[in-house]
Design a protein around this ligand. Structure first.
Ligand code: GS8
Length: 218
C-alpha cells in the first residue's frame, strides 16, 4: 500500500493542522514540500490536487483531498482506534460539541487571529512588507471579544468540547503558536483559563514534534 502523501510545508498553519493529526495517530506519511515563495502551489501539478491553489493537499492511493479540516477528519477516521479519539463519534453529544468548537475556530477565532499573525509576522518576514497597525488593532479587538467567550467557557470545561482533548482544541494550535511570537502575546495573560488550556495541550508530544518544524516565518 502506498504511503499517504501530504503536500504542504511544515511552517504553514493549515498544513500543521493535518500534521498534528497524523502525528497524534502515529500514521506513516510522507510530507511532500510545496514551495510557496516560488509559487509551486499555483503550478498545474498542484492545482490538480487543490483547484484553489492552496496548501495542504493529501493523497491516499486514488483519493486526493484538500481543505485542512476535512483532511484532518479523514485522517482521524482512517486511523480510528490508533491514538486518542479526537472526534468522539461514538458519543453523539460529544461529537456535536467537537463540531461546534471546530466551527467556532474556523469562523470566529481564525478570522480574528490570522490577520494579526499575517500583519505582524508573515508580511514583514516573508514579503518585506510593513504591518498595517489599523488592521492589527481592529482584529485585536475582535480577538478579545472571542477570547471573552473562550474564557467563560473554559472556566467550566477543561477543553473546548468537554473534559476531553479533541480536534477542536488541536485546530487552534498553529495560529495561536504564531500569535505567541507576535508583540501581542501578552493579550492572553488577561484570560487565565484560556492560557491554562493552551499550556496544557501544547505539552503533548505530537505538538512538540510538529512545533519544532514551524518557524515564525511561515
Ligand atoms: C485554507 C488553506 C490556506 O489558506 C484549508 O486548507 O483549511 N481553508 C483552507 N492555505 C494557505 C497556506 S496556510 O496559511 C495558502 O495556500 N495560501 C496561498 C494562497 O491562498 O494562494
Amino acid at each position: 500500500m502506498s504511503l499517504i502523501k501530504l503536500y504542504g510545508t511544515p511552517m504553514a498553519t493549515c498544513t500543521v493542522r493535518v500534521l498534528l493529526c497524523l502525528e497524534e495517530v502515529g500514521a506513516k506519511y510522507e510530507l511532500v514540500p510545496i514551495s510557496m515563495p516560488t509559487g509551486e502551489h499555483k503550478s498545474p501539478a498542484h492545482l490538480a490536487r487543490n483547484p484553489f491553489g492552496q496548501i495542504p493537499a493529501l493523497q491516499d492511493g486514488d483519493l486526493t483531498l484538500f481543505e485542512s479540516r476535512a483532511i484532518a477528519r479523514y485522517v482521524l477516521h482512517k486511523f480510528k482506534g490508533q491514538g486518542p479519539d479526537l472526534l468522539r463519534e461514538d458519543n453523539l453529544s460529544d461529537s456535536a460539541m467537537v463540531d461546534v468548537w471546530l466551527e467556532v475556530e474556523a469562523h470566529q477565532y481564525n478570522p480574528a487571529i490570522s490577520p494579526i499573525v499575517y500583519q505582524s509576522l508573515i508580511l514583514p518576514r516573508m514579503y518585506g512588507g510593513t504591518p498595517d497597525q489599523t488592521i492589527i488593532d481592529t482584529n485585536l479587538e475582535k480577538l478579545k471579544k472571542v477570547l471573552d467567550v473562550y474564557e467563560t467557557h473554559l472556566a467550566k470545561s477543561k477543553y473546548l468540547a468537554g473534559d476531553f482533548f479533541s480536534l477542536a482544541d488541536l485546530s487552534h494550535f498553529s495560529y495561536t503558536k504564531y500569535f505567541m511570537a507576535t508583540p501581542y502575546a501578552s493579550v492572553f495573560n488577561s484570560y487565565p483559563h484560556v492560557k491554562a488550556w493552551w499550556e496544557d495541550f501544547t505539552s503533548r508530544p505530537a505538538f512538540k514534534k510538529v512545533a519544532a518544524g514551524m518557524t515564525s516565518q511561515q
